[in-house]
Structure formats: C-alpha cells, structure tokens
Design a protein around this ligand. Structure first.
Ligand SMILES: NC(=O)C1=CN([C@@H]2O[C@H](COP(=O)(O)OP(=O)(O)OC[C@H]3O[C@@H](n4cnc5c(N)ncnc54)[C@H](O)[C@@H]3O)[C@@H](O)[C@H]2O)[C@@H](O)CC1
Ligand SMILES: Nc1ncnc2c1ncn2[C@@H]1O[C@H](COP(=O)(O)OP(=O)(O)O)[C@@H](O)[C@H]1O
Ligand SMILES: [K+]
Length: 474
C-alpha cells in the first residue's frame, strides 16, 4: 500500500521528531537521500553540470544542501535564487563553500545535465510566483528532479493553479503526499522515490493499493464454495436504445468473482445470446430474485428511474452508474436516505458535476473544474450522498463517506473509449456481491480495470470496451 499524508500531518510529525533531534538533522537526512537519487541519475557526478532552483523555504534548503553534496563530489553546481534576499542562509553558505556558484542566467536550465527543483514544497500556496513561473514553460532533455513536490503542485490535492514544473523524478520525504498520486499533480511528478526520514505518522487519509494488496483482497473460491456463497450480482442495465451497455456491464460482472450474474432488463435476449451463463429476466430488479449486490444504470435510458428505485429499495449494496446517476442527480441525496446497505456511485467528471448540483443546488459546475479538483469533488460527493464515490478519469479517486480515500493510477488513456465505464461498473458490482467492502470493491475494481486496459493496449491499440473485460485478470 502506498500511504499519502496531508501536509498538516507531516508538519506535526516533523515537529515531534525535530524536538528530539539535533537541529538540522532532518534536512540533512532529506538532502542525503535527494543527492543519492541524483547520483544514480547522472552518468557520472564528477564534471557534470547541476542547476539548483532554490526558493526561500526549507524546500530550497534541501536542494541547496543536496547541491553541496554533489559539488563536493566534483559536480559543477550553479544555483538560481528565486528570492535572493530570503534564501536559506545555511544551505547557501554550504553550497558556496563546496564550490557552487550563484547564477541568474536562465539558459543554465537547458544546459545543465540535471536540474533540482527546490522552489517550493509542502509550503506552496497558490500558483507559482512570477519569478518561478517561466521555468515551468522551459524545455530541456536531461532529468528534472523535484524536491518533495513538483513546484506549483498543491501537495494536499494535486491541483495546479496556473503552471507547475514538470519533473522526471520526485524525491519525497517521510511519506507520499496526495498531490503526488492524484492528477493533474501526479502527471507532473514522474517517477516517485520515497526517502525515509524517521517520521512517526498517523494513519494515512489517502492510500493507493499495490499489486500485493489487491491480491490479498480478491475473492477467490475456496474448496467449500458454491456459486451462491461466492455471491450473485444483479445487473439492471441497457435499454431498447442502448442494448450494448447491458452486454458490457454483464461482461464486466462475469469477471469480478461473483458466482453468478443475473440480468434484469429489456436487453435480456442480447445478453443471453452473448453470455449463455447469465440468468436473465425481461423485468425489473424487484422481480429478478435474490442477489447480493445490484448494478444499475449503464445505458438504462428511460427505464433507469424505475430500475434505480427498485434497486435502492433493496437491502443489498447498490452500484449506480451512468443514466442511474443522472436520475439520482435529479432526485438528490434524499433518495439514498433510507438505505440500510451501502451505495456506490461511479460518475465521470460530467456526472459528478450534475450530482454536486443535485446535492447543493444551483447549476452544475463545469466538468473540467470537477476533474481538476478531483479529490475535493469525490470527497464532497461522498459526504453529500453518504455513499462511496468512485470518480473516473486519469486518476480514479474513490472516497468513502467515512473519509477514507483510495486513488488508482493503473489505467491508461486508451480506456477513454465508449462502454469501458460499463465494464467497470459490472466488475465492481461483482466484487461487491462477492463480499468486498465498498471502498475495497471500488478500488480493486478500478485497479483491475486499469490493468486490463493496459494489458489490452499492449497487444493492440485502440482498444474496445469488450477487450478490456476480456483482459481482466485475478
Ligand atoms: N516537513 C518535513 O518533515 C520536512 C520538510 N523538509 C522540506 O521542507 C519543505 C517545506 O518547507 P517550508 O515549510 O519552508 O515551505 P516551502 O519551502 O515549501 O515553501 C515556503 C516558501 O515558499 C514561498 N512560496 C509559497 N508559495 C509559493 C509559490 N506558489 N511560488 C513560489 N514561492 C512560494 C513562501 O514565500 C515561503 O518562503 C518540504 O517540502 C521539504 O522539502 C525537509 O527538509 C525534511 C523534513
Ligand atoms: N485519460 C484517462 N486515463 C485513464 N483512464 C481514463 C481516462 N479517461 C477515462 N478513463 C477511464 O475510462 C473509463 C471510461 O468510463 P466512462 O466515462 O463511464 O465511459 P462510458 O460511459 O463510455 O463507458 C473509466 O474507467 C475511466 O476512469
Ligand atoms: K519542489
């Protein structure tokens, strides 16, 4: 599991540790880890050109001390001080003593073999200041190493207000920060290196499942299993207009580990023709028989409202997607108030904007704004609807109403293809039916779906939604 802590938590842990250690110890630990990564990135340190961009805070301090370490090993180190009158005095003195020199020549950015971005770290507020902003637009071929956080990225949220420096590698200290795992911030961070500095941290508010975590959560049949014990997932999807969505959602559901899939809706004939193993009825969820979780809404068309109402009236977990979400946005959070079992919502940014408007009144915010602030959007929706919210897009963010957040980056932009969301909802619903808790089902579903998209895209691009379903692997 990757753990990402909020800036406030990092600061508290830092203060507690600093009180027990000689002054400067933490910064030296950070600088040593940072310099070690730089050494590995340079073909040879001796004689190479390193540019340090140093802001006024401790982030600049880390970069200056790391620069000094590289200078002592023979690198030619130049430093641009973004606010010379407020530079980190001790760090600068150490770099100068090691042979580093101050420069004001922006052309060094392109010339250097390696650039260290120490402009601003977890203390950054608002967009990059005018002195720093031009570096965000400059291009170079060698590596840019971000110190703790790419400057311009909000460490807590991954939001970018204006411009940010694009890094090839980010060396972060003590713990990951949410902004390194969530787009757009994550896309500026490049490869992440975590350097331990001894912080004692509380539980992380944001986590990201890794391969072994997912392996531990996947529902696998045991010797004593039968299809009912493995869970039955119900899919209420598709309509006369969109029969294909039913087929795709069922395809996903068949790959999620439930023991059986029931389908209820007007596309029953299409579904059973493609998947003879599915139990189908032309009717609605209310008359479909017992299931352990419902998936409602993909391609639901005009029938989505009735199917949603019946599924929500059940006492099993319900995943709502697509037309079901449009209907839910119209009804608002009150529609979920009486539910005793969990509800999972899987909006893309446009649906998320409509759901927000449905909860808070007023017109929907632009979908781009909901996507740019994806962590805040998912958290607000989870709180307003008291549901687990899986916000789709370049980083999938899953927020639980209890406050826990999981992020997933296994996807590929090739997944942005019609119908791949239907596969995800079936897959995630199947994991719910197999007994996973909503946060686990949604984050494992996003993980598997993303990996399936990548695997499919490795063999052939562009990929289709059905290929995504076919590439789901436990
Ligand atoms: N918290 C920790 O546990 C540790 C923190 N360390 C370093 O300390 C950093 C935090 O240091 P600080 O609290 O001094 O904060 P920063 O150095 O991140 O930023 C504060 C300074 O940047 C300026 N600034 C703020 N927003 C800006 C913007 N948008 N554009 C340009 N300049 C801006 C402010 O005027 C202020 O002087 C961390 O990111 C990390 O690099 C490490 O030394 C090791 C331990
Ligand atoms: N840029 C992207 N990078 C990675 N994954 C993406 C990107 N854009 C979309 N996706 C994924 O593709 C799927 C698309 O779902 P959705 O928007 O509901 O499409 P549809 O309604 O056509 O099925 C989601 O799983 C989403 O997370
Ligand atoms: K930085």
């Amino acid at each position: 599991m990757r753990h990402a802590h909020a800036v406030e938590q990092v600061r508290a842990a830092e203060a507690a540790l600093m009180a027990r250690l000689p002054e400067g110890t933490l910064m030296q630990r950070a600088a040593a880890g940072l310099a070690a990564v730089c050494v590995r990135l340079l073909p040879r340190v001796y004689g190479s050109r390193v540019l340090v961009l140093a802001g006024s805070g401790d982030n600049g301090g880390d970069a200056l001390y790391a620069g000094a370490r590289l200078a002592r090993r023979g690198a030619s180190v130049r430093v641009v001080l973004l606010t010379p009158e407020r530079a980190h005095a001790d760090g600068l003195a150490e770099l100068l003593a090691a042979g580093g020199r101050v420069t004001a020549d922006p052309a060094e950015f392109e010339r250097a073999d390696l650039v260290l971005d120490g402009i601003v770290g977890i203390g950054g507020r608002g967009g990059l200041r005018p002195a720093a902003a031009p570096y965000a637009g400059m291009r170079r071929s060698g590596p840019v190493v971000a110190v703790d956080v790419p400057s311009g990225v909000d460490a807590d949220t991954g939001e970018v207000d204006g411009v940010a420096l694009r890094a090839d590698v980010t060396v972060c200290f003590g713990t990951y920060k949410p902004g390194l795992l969530i787009d757009p911030g994550a896309s500026y961070a490049g490869v992440l290196h975590l350097v331990g500095i001894g912080l004692e941290l509380p539980p992380a508010p944001v986590t990201a499942l890794q391969e072994q975590d997912v392996a531990g959560l996947l529902p696998r049949p045991a010797a004593e299993s039968d299809k009912y014990r493995r869970g039955v997932v119900g899919v209420a999807a598709g309509s006369a207009r969109y029969p294909g969505a039913a087929v795709l959602a069922v395809a996903g559901a068949l790959r999620g580990g439930a023991g059986a899939v029931r389908y209820a809706g007007t596309a029953a004939e299409e579904v059973v023709r493609r998947f003879p193993e599915v139990l189908v009825t032309e009717g609605t969820p209310g008359g479909a028989g017992r299931v352990q979780a419902w998936v409602v809404g993909p391609g639901g068309g005009e029938g989505a409202g009735a199917a949603l109402a019946e599924a929500l009236a059940s006492d099993v977990p319900v995943l709502v997607d697509a037309d079901g979400l449009t209907e839910l946005a119209r009804l608002g959070p009150d529609a979920l108030r009486d539910r005793t079992a969990p509800t999972v919502l899987t909006p893309h940014a446009g649906e998320a904007a409509r759901l927000l408007a449905g909860a808070l009144g007023g017109p929907p915010p632009p979908a781009d704004a909901a996507a740019a602030a994806r962590l805040a959007t998912a958290r607000r929706l989870a709180a307003a609807y008291r549901a687990t919210v899986l916000l789709k897009g370049s980083t999938t963010v899953v927020a639980d109403p209890g406050g826990g957040v999981r992020v997933n980056a296994t996807g590929t932009p090739w997944l942005a293809t019609a119908g791949s969301g239907d596969v995800l909802s079936g897959l995630t619903g199947s994991l719910l039916a197999a007994g996973l808790a909503p946060l686990d089902a949604a984050s494992v579903g996003a993980y598997l779906h993303g990996m399936a998209g990548r695997d499919a895209a490795e063999r052939r691009t562009p990929i289709t939604a059905m290929e995504v379903a076919e590439h789901v692997r436990f």
